[in-house]
Design a protein around this ligand. Sequence first.
Ligand code: ADP
Length: 492
Amino acid sequence: MKRYQLHIDGQYRAPKSGAWFETQNPFTGETWAEIPRGDEQDVDLAVQAAHRALTTGPWAEMTATQRGALMRKLGDLIAQEATSLAETEVRDNGKLFAEMHGQLNYLPQWFYYYGGLADKIEGSTLPLDKKGYFAFTRHEPVGVVVAITPWNSPLLLLAWKLAPALAAGCTVVVKPSEFTSASTLEFAALFEKAGFPPGVFNVVTGFGAEVGTALVEHPLVAKISFTGSDATGRIINEKAARLLKHTSMELGGKSPNVVFEDADLEQAVFGAISGIFAATGQTCIAGSRLLVQRSIHDEFVKRLLEVARSARMGDPMSADTQVGPVTTPPQFKKVLDYIDVAKKEGATVVLGGKKGTAPECGNGWFVEPTIFTGVRNDMRIAQEEVFGPVLSIISFEDEADALRIANDVRFGLAAAVWTTDIGRAIRMSEKLQAGTVWVNTYRAVSFMAPFGGYKDSGLGRENGIEAVKAFLQTKSVWINTGAVASNPFVMR
Ligand code: ADP
């Protein structure tokens, strides 16, 4: 069995605790590797290394252009290792190889885009209202950044934090999810190969309550960039507020996918499927509330069922598989519990509703693609994030009704509208309370499109040019070119 090591200050090393924990393959249920159980001593070593790299040595001395060149080199190395990193992710999180391979092949773009941005972070000269000064701003790295990532897309979601952080000149300590740490530990090897100085990128694996807490509370950490559940996000944000640390929070969603009667129904069916059954529904942007206009409700559900019923569960490594297992045993239980809740609330199961026991599911933690009709928006199944292949269908009367239902939820990560009426598409996109609105598509993301949550779905934006600002702090510099103090006891 493979035994991984922590990655601190440019070296792989054993955890101070001398302890490892096991990680399982969600498809076979087998333990396939041991992950180091980091503790606060490893956290201290990693943060000290990141702080040294930030303040002294080659990274701190490097020009932004040189930083960008290193990032592009890293992108090239990721492209070379995309297949093996994707295989590791599939082994650890059970998502389809096709999905993870696609993500890994796309990942270099984050390092090319932000690598290019590194030397375009410009300050400005200030047209001062006071005579006798020259003043300008500098944008400097905010400091040591802690990235805390979830299990659903470990390296993609890390890249969303890491690439802008490196472009800004920060150094990083990452804590991946205890369920899917392997790919991040393998990824760390590429940093030294690319020529990054030691300490710029460190990985401490372990549990949230141990490593996560120690990282958030470490005095040399300036910023925490978190993706995960809103419950954990709140805990971290409260601590960070008390300790005056910067945060960005990408939390959950309960995204409405709204189908109007004038939509291209075939495309809308695919959109509904990709919103909830892709990635086994384990994505923060899952379109878990399907809002269908009453006039087409029955016809749409019929067409949706025809496609959903044929979704093939099975080995995530196989090119034929469309729905893989749920990643973790607690999540598997949670999804099944929510199905029970929905049944008790009076929603009607029209597809699935049980654990997957077909022969091709092997020993995996499968939940059948599940669809509920007759869902009311005040039901728990319509308000709470399930993070699994469970779709709630809610019918609506007209545009105003659709908007009211779509926005009547505490989350606001994403939303989609299916319509052939351009005016309606624009009206809806203006009024939907979500950080991303798709029109006639679903689950599209890009390094250049800002991503983040309205309402309880989070704070701050990742991706796009503005994301780099979250890793910078601004300094104003005043130079006296001849101003003379007439009264030293009064503000100049
Ligand atoms: P999920 O596992 O559902 O994605 P979590 O919010 O539980 O969501 O986990 C996301 C990440 O947060 C994981 O890396 C986890 O270990 C980490 N984490 C959990 N609890 C804490 C905590 N109290 N402090 C810091 N990190 C934590």
